[in-house]
Design a binder for this molecule. Sequence first.
Ligand SMILES: Cc1cc2nc3c(=O)[nH]c(=O)nc-3n(C[C@H](O)[C@H](O)[C@H](O)COP(=O)(O)OP(=O)(O)OC[C@H]3O[C@@H](n4cnc5c(N)ncnc54)[C@H](O)[C@@H]3O)c2cc1C
Length: 460
Amino acid sequence: MPSSFDVAVLGGGIAGATAALAARRAGASVIVIRKGIGATSLSSGAIDLVDTLRPGGRCVPVVEAVRWLTEARPYHPLAQLAAGDAGRVVEAYTRAVELLREPLRLAGNATGSGPLLTAAGNWHPGGVYAAAHGPGAMEGLDGARFHVVALDLLPGVVPERLTAALDRRFGAAAPAKSGEAASAAAAPPPTPGPTSASMPAPRAAAPATCSLGELMRLGAPLNASPAILATLFDDPAFAEAFAASCAERVRRFKPTHVVFPPVLGLARSAENLALLEKALEARCFETLSAPPSLPGARLQAALDAALSRAGLVVIDGTATRGVRDTVHVHGPAGESELVARTFVLATGKYLGGGLARNGRVRETLFDLPVFVDGEPLPERTLERYLAHSPGARQPLLAAGVRVDGRLRPMDAAGRPVREGLFAAGAVLDGVDYGDDLGGTGLAMLTGFVAGENAAREVPR
Ligand SMILES: Cc1cc2nc3c(=O)[nH]c(=O)nc-3n(C[C@H](O)[C@H](O)[C@H](O)COP(=O)(O)OP(=O)(O)OC[C@H]3O[C@@H](n4cnc5c(N)ncnc54)[C@H](O)[C@@H]3O)c2cc1C
């Protein structure tokens, strides 16, 4: 392996992986150093650039949400990239999504904003999302008949909440008429299997807790977690038996769309959804996930596979700052020193390891200046950056590296701190995935731009 590269990407989450793929496509030799997994593997399956959801469940166009954000938070990376023109952000995001659409099996589009259903029965802004969560933009579905399938081994998923959310949105679950109620009451007790709730007659399919027995009969252990279930679904024999079991009890409701919890396989979710669609004769999709998140794990696995297919060198190890244009790597394979002409810092925030709070908040790799909401973060007295009322925004969660319009880290005077250094993803100031939903989409966009810029800046 050569020890000198055009671009070294530090971090292997969605920001780092996108930066590496973009730099490679721009013709650079690229190495990725990653010490483990970060926030990407916990994300829900939605790829969020910016929060488009407004009170009342309405979604505004992405460009409008970007414009609002850039005016409200001029220090935010999106404001830096937009330079007064929100359309530039959307145009670059569209290119980033197209780079990753096939490797990540993405659906939706960069300008879309229709909402997606979460496992808790809430609505999450849509746009771009893993295809397993289609039909995604829940628009143009009036007249659809939804059926919700839940698995008893997943206590967090309450099918009635999902049904109620769909009901509220599409108004299809009218209160049962007396005749229907009578026939539902006369219906045979549900056979063991996935718990399910149907529309427009939710009471017809709110069965007893039989699914545990059925899942165990199919091979699930008593202590199955989402991860164990997903592994089971990666076995075609389990998936086929599950599809047959579902078909028995779901098809009689003649749904047009069937909603599943997000556990239908780690490696084979797309195949399993196709199998279920055939067996149920309906469109099938998963809700988004809460952590621990199988969609997040799938996303990280798909990124890793894309890096491997692109032939990029990936080292598992912790990078630390070296002199001038080098980084040290400490990993299972020992210690090494790498030379690179440009660097992309994509180490994430507290979860990924890019920021640490130990007395003061610091950027862990280059000890870059840390900002919060555009202001340099003082060494001490962080008190005023912590909110104490429940539900209030925590400014410290948005802290990070401040960048210019080319995504170069800046000092307090607005000067780039280091030649050939770019930053992307959650390590940036202003990115707070708990607050403004600047999540995987923002990491993807900034990774894409940083990767292209790093490749362009390589001295030839
Ligand atoms: C619970 C949860 C739910 C979320 N839900 C959503 C959602 O619904 N939609 C959405 O869009 N976003 C969501 N997000 C946010 C989203 O996951 C993050 O914004 C995004 O994944 C950040 O990507 P990243 O690549 O910048 O960082 P990370 O994914 O954290 O990656 C950081 C990488 O840097 C590596 N690293 C750190 N330090 C070093 C070092 N010194 N040397 C080598 N490698 C290093 C880490 O090992 C890791 O590989 C969620 C986040 C969480 C935590």
